[in-house]
Design a protein around this ligand. Structure first.
Ligand SMILES: Cc1ncc(COP(=O)(O)O)c(C=O)c1O
Length: 368
């Protein structure tokens, strides 16, 4: 049997056999992807071999690599001159790699701090040189914008539930966007952004890999610091076809399953539509309620990380407990911001949101 066999992608009502998982990541995987992962292991047990035991230099792995890249290009419509790197570690690994490779390609890079992840990215960069930290409302000097090594922002702040992607007028595309929680749920802005990175554990399967898509013209200007570890050296990773070291093969293969699942769902347009439908369903319920309150208002609301609260922190906790006792998990807000957070990444089905709403109504009926 082909170890990468596809299984039925039909959307079944699964809540009798599994939890509705709103975890911020690692996140919910579609049943079809779980089935294929199961079959990957079973193949090993029944045939004595699986691609999981193949070298990352083997033909079979090269084929998987090629399929991943082809699908990413097709689904996201990646411009030809963008290079795709599949790098080890998470998004924070790349928060270090980016300054290591690019901090010396201009004057101070600009870091826009819109929430917790963008602030952590700037704190990471500070270790490697001088940077300029700004909020989204700060005035930016036109000359500095022109000369800066790059401009870094996070479009979707996963912890704060805040979405922002209004860039100033930039004459170049030395713009870096962390799309860890928004990739495939929002359209990537290749016309304005020269480097997009996204860790795999939210919309691309399991943790352990970060996708980097970078304009080749800009990559050719990289000047890695002498302390840059080989695995974080972008030009070296490019020359080595992202295989400077042994990749997390199960994460790559799960990424491939996720990409095939995305295509089966109708590709990017459908994923974005589905994301909007899910978000509007939950926000409409929250906005109509006198008991629950959405944390972020207006166009800054994230469509994937929906933060809300009850009238008190005590009730927030009781609500989390109530939901968990009914099979809804991963919904407690981040410890730094409290409240509840429903992370509705691309694999989260609409009926899980509808189920959540019913339970929230029941909780309100008891405590409201
Ligand atoms: C937007 C964003 N950036 C960075 C990170 C950090 O990712 P990692 O744990 O893969 O380093 C996260 C994790 O949730 C995130 O949501």
């Amino acid at each position: 049997m082909n170890p990468l066999n596809k299984h039925s992608l039909s959307n079944q009502n699964d809540l009798s056999s599994r939890c509705a998982n709103f975890s911020p990541g690692p996140a919910y995987l579609p049943d079809a992807v779980n089935q294929r992962l199961k079959s990957l292991i079973e193949t090993r047990l029944t045939t004595g071999h699986s691609v999981l035991e193949d070298s990352h230099r083997s033909q079979s792995f090269a084929q998987i690599h090629l399929q991943i890249e082809t699908l990413i290009r097709r689904i996201l419509n990646v411009p030809k001159h963008y290079i795709i790197l599949l790098l080890p570690g998470g998004a924070r690994t790349q928060s270090a790699a980016i300054p290591m490779n690019f901090i010396h390609t201009g004057t101070q890079p600009i870091y826009i701090e819109t929430g917790i992840w963008s602030t952590l990215a700037s704190r990471e960069a500070i270790r490697y040189g001088d940077i300029l930290r700004k909020t989204k409302n700060d005035e930016l000097n036109t000359q500095h914008l022109k000369d800066c090594a790059y401009y870094h922002y996070v479009d979707n702040e996963t912890i704060d539930g805040f979405y922002w992607s209004e860039l100033p007028t930039l004459q170049h595309r030395r713009v870096v966007c962390d799309m860890t929680s928004s990739l495939f749920a929002y359209p990537p802005q290749f016309d304005q952004v020269g480097l997009i990175y996204a860790a795999s554990q939210k919309n691309l399967g399991l943790p352990g890999m970060t996708l980097v898509m970078v304009d080749s013209n800009w990559l050719s200007e990289a000047r890695p610091l002498s302390i840059t570890p080989s695995v974080l050296n972008y030009p070296l990773q490019y020359q080595s076809n992202s295989l400077v070291n042994t990749p997390a093969n199960i994460t790559w293969i799960t990424g491939l399953f996720m990409l095939e699942w995305m295509e089966s769902q109708g590709g990017l347009t459908k994923l974005i539509e589905h994301t909007e439908l899910k978000a509007s369903t939950l926000y409409q319920f929250l906005d109509a309620s006198d008991f629950y309150q959405a944390r972020v208002q207006g166009k800054r609301r994230s469509k994937v990380n929906i933060i809300f609260e009850t009238p008190s922190t005590q009730l927030d906790q009781s609500c989390v407990d109530f939901l968990e006792s009914h099979g809804v998990i991963g919904i407690k807000g981040h410890r730094l911001v409290g409240g509840l957070r429903a992370s509705c990444y691309i694999a989260c089905p609409l009926h899980h949101i509808q189920h959540l709403i019913k339970l929230l109504q029941a909780f309100e009926g008891q405590y409201g």
